[in-house]
Design a protein around this ligand. Structure first.
Ligand SMILES: *Cc1c(COP(=O)(O)O)cnc(C)c1O
Length: 461
């Protein structure tokens, strides 16, 4: 066949449109048309390039159906996190508790008293909803919420140290994923970074030597995502706060992780809580809402009311303003901390950290049993889960995983297929073996996993 003849085997747009519209229910016509155009174009190119020598209409239709399915479902959607990383930044960090769902629906799909005072029937402030709660939970005088912790640090520096020097230990010049770098934030907010000490050791005298008439604050940054071990020294918050006070300077702690409860019963030790930072004298503490706090993405600032008042007056706050859905989820999450014993169970992030290896093993055995029933070759293996999200880098949580062995499908190919599932399943490859870590998988998700593997097995034939 000549190129011309072979191009003539391509079906007409209208014919394809009729077939697909018949099957596609109520998908928008424009979407169907543009997908057909795109796939026809792609097919035409492959004919021109000589990769095919006639049009196989079924093949073309299958391509159109697949692409239409891909384009008609929401791009942002839920996945199953079987990586064993509890706060996986790429997978949305903290999972919200079921208790948030009702409030998100009611506040998001309806009107709310976001900025309305129900007692007076007059204008209110969106910041009032969680301020008292945060004060009660942390012992701070005042609190303020913004979009994320990067914004919180930025607002703090811009509001109270602009144009002045901020003293930070060289061991704490952190870079957090997504290009939050302490030195850059400092430059953006118009402060001058004064580095003191060395990478591994910073002493109290390093700070005191650096204090001058130009100093605006002493800043401590939690080394959230790395650990300096060996011959080290850092200045505790208590001491830093003391010399700040003696020099009439504010002390700021960028705590990052937002730990609210003592997690030492679960093997996580040596971490300071927000309330401890406050009681040790930090004038301002800022942290993320979606790390160890276990809530939505937010930046939370707690501390002295004079400083918080200065931030409330800063015009930047308007640009960093938190939205109602976040506030709704944050308030519900914070309320769960009013009963600390229950919080470790009802807040998913904490529940996953606290879950005992025996319970995880039992879950893994249950899932493996269900998978064997659909003809999947698998076994339960020990594994190491992580807290993740740039928190607690040195902590490994004992865990269990289901390792899957698929005849005729490499671990990489299997990983891709799981990821391509209608409810994507994000797995991990360890020691050349595909594993589903059960520390981050809830039993309600088993059915989706089983269904997906059943399909993969039947496709393999
Ligand atoms: C995570 C973290 C940040 C950034 O917080 P986001 O909420 O991701 O913007 C800043 N500082 C520290 C110490 C952190 O751990």
């Amino acid at each position: 066949m000549t190129k011309q003849q072979c191009l003539r085997t391509l079906p007409k747009m209208d014919d394809l449109l009729r077939v697909i519209e018949n099957e596609a229910g109520d998908l928008p016509r424009n979407l169907i048309k543009s997908v057909i155009q795109q796939e026809l174009g792609r097919y035409r190119e492959s004919l021109v390039a000589g990769k095919r020598d006639y049009c196989n209409q079924e093949e073309l239709l299958t391509g159109i159906r697949l692409e239409l399915k891909r384009q008609s479902q929401p791009h942002l959607r839920g996945v199953v996190n079987a990586t064993g990383v509890i706060l996986h930044t790429n997978l949305g960090r903290a999972r919200l508790s079921e208790k948030c769902a009702d409030m998100l629906t009611s506040v998001g799909c309806g009107y709310s008293n976001l900025e309305y005072d129900l007692d007076d029937g007059s204008r209110g402030s969106r910041y009032q909803h969680v301020e008292d709660l945060l004060m009660r939970l942390t012992g701070a005088e005042a609190a303020l919420i913004v979009n994320n912790n990067a914004a919180a640090v930025y607002l703090v520096l811009d509001s109270i140290t602009k144009g002045r020097e901020v003293v930070v230990s060289r061991g704490e010049l952190v870079e957090i994923g997504g290009s939050f770098r302490v030195p850059n934030i400092m430059a953006a907010s118009g402060c001058k970074l004064v580095e003191v000490g060395t990478t591994n050791k910073t002493h109290l005298s390093d700070y005191t030597d650096a204090i001058s008439e130009y100093t605006g604050a002493l800043l401590k940054v939690h080394t959230s995502n790395y650990k300096i071990v060996g011959f080290t020294a850092e200045v505790e918050m208590r001491e830093l706060a003391k010399i700040a006070r003696q020099n009439q300077l504010p002390s700021i702690y960028d705590l990052g992780n937002g730990l609210m409860l003592d997690l030492s019963p679960y093997g996580i030790t040596g971490e300071i809580t927000v309330a401890q930072c406050v009681s040790q004298g930090a004038d301002l503490v800022c942290f993320s809402g979606d790390k160890l706090l276990g809530g939505p993405q937010a930046g939370i600032i707690v501390g002295k009311s004079d400083y918080i008042a200065a931030m409330k007056k800063n015009h930047l706050l308007r640009a960093l303003r938190i939205d109602k859905l976040t506030l709704a989820a944050l308030e519900i999450t914070l309320r769960q901390y009013l009963d600390p014993a229950k919080a470790a169970q009802s807040i998913p992030t904490l529940r996953m950290i606290a879950e005992s290896p025996a319970v995880i093993r039992e879950k893994a055995e249950r899932l493996a049993g269900l998978l064997v029933e659909v003809g999947c070759r698998c076994s339960v293996v020990r594994s190491a889960a992580r807290v993740g999200g740039g928190s607690l880098p040195a902590v490994e949580l004992e865990s269990y995983a289901v390792a899957i062995h698929m005849e005729g499908l490499s671990p990489n190919k299997l990983e891709t297929k799981l990821r391509g599932n209608s409810i994507p399943i994000i797995a991990r490859i360890t020691e050349d073996c595909l594993q589903l870590d059960l520390r981050t998988v809830e039993p309600e998700e088993f059915a989706d996993i089983v269904l997906c593997l059943k399909k993969i097995i039947s496709d393999l034939g």
